[in-house]
Design a protein around this ligand. Structure first.
Ligand SMILES: *Cc1c(COP(=O)(O)O)cnc(C)c1O
Length: 251
């Protein structure tokens, strides 16, 4: 058995256990393989093990490995989906819409408008998540949910017909006590409940929260999509660790 297969087995066991604790079904949770920094060959290996949703955090990087990945997975019955999960500069929206199946890191109205225009041009419906910042850490990406920017985005989104809003994404603070991580996940869920009651024209089914270190807590608190990198693929190179802390594009 490959290292990847073994890691996946362990993650699946942990997901199942967390589901049992929370009284949830395994099918309620999508496992996103966060494949930034790993080569196309590793991604294809993961795809052959049945992983069908990948997360990448840089346009440029995915651009570089996409052809290889598509070649290596051409024989699979269903093509895995790949979403952007890192900060996107609006001047790269057109390229992002071309090469990704979804953008889980929408953090401004301007970006949403750009993505909508690009998707309309390509005749594409682009699934999107709003990324919110629930931690006070300076380094965290995402929209402040109490801000005017957030209010404007929520009001305008229903008119952006080429976007398909599906819910919310957040990154919990690193290296904090468990209780704080859990509180962050609870806040995201509460926010979803509030916003979904007020903005009924948008979709709210996806709660993307939880990474290698905290996905079990996230499942207990209602995550429907967990984003797993290192627990699946192994440690990223040191430079990549910085990208994890600062999920903005480094180019
Ligand atoms: C890198 C990254 C992850 C995965 O982190 P791991 O700790 O390796 O599981 C999840 N979400 C985002 C937004 C990331 O940038």
């Amino acid at each position: 058995m490959s290292e990847l297969a073994r890691n996946l087995e362990q993650i699946e066991a942990a997901i199942t256990a967390a589901c049992q604790r929370a009284g949830r079904k395994r099918e309620e949770i999508e496992l996103m393989a966060v494949s930034k920094t790993y080569g196309a060959e590793r991604l294809a290996e993961a795809a052959r093990l049945g992983l069908n949703l990948f997360g990448e955090n840089r346009v440029q990087e995915w651009q570089g490995k996409r052809d290889g990945f598509l070649d290596l997975t051409a024989e699979l019955a269903t093509r895995p989906r790949v979403h952007l999960i890192g900060h996107l500069q609006s001047n790269k929206s057109a390229r992002a819409v071309e090469i990704f199946d979804g953008v889980d890191s929408v953090d401004s109205l301007r970006l949403a408008e750009r993505l909508n225009d690009a998707a309309a041009k390509l005749g594409k419906q682009l699934p999107v998540l709003i990324e919110v910042k629930l931690s006070t850490e300076e380094t965290k990406a995402g929209l402040d949910p109490e801000s005017n920017d957030a209010r404007e985005l929520l009001e305008r989104l229903p008119e952006l017909a080429s976007l398909k809003p599906e819910g919310l994404m957040t990154i919990a603070p690193f290296d904090v006590p468990k209780a704080e991580t859990r509180a962050c996940f609870q806040s995201l869920r509460k926010l979803r409940d509030e916003w979904s009651a007020r903005h009924t024209r948008l979709g709210w089914e996806v709660l993307s929260m939880g990474m290698s270190g905290d996905f079990e807590l996230a499942i207990e608190e209602g995550a429907t999509r967990i984003r797993i990198g290192t627990a699946l693929f192994g440690k990223r190179p040191p430079m990549a660790e910085q990208l994890k802390q600062f999920p903005e594009e480094a180019e």
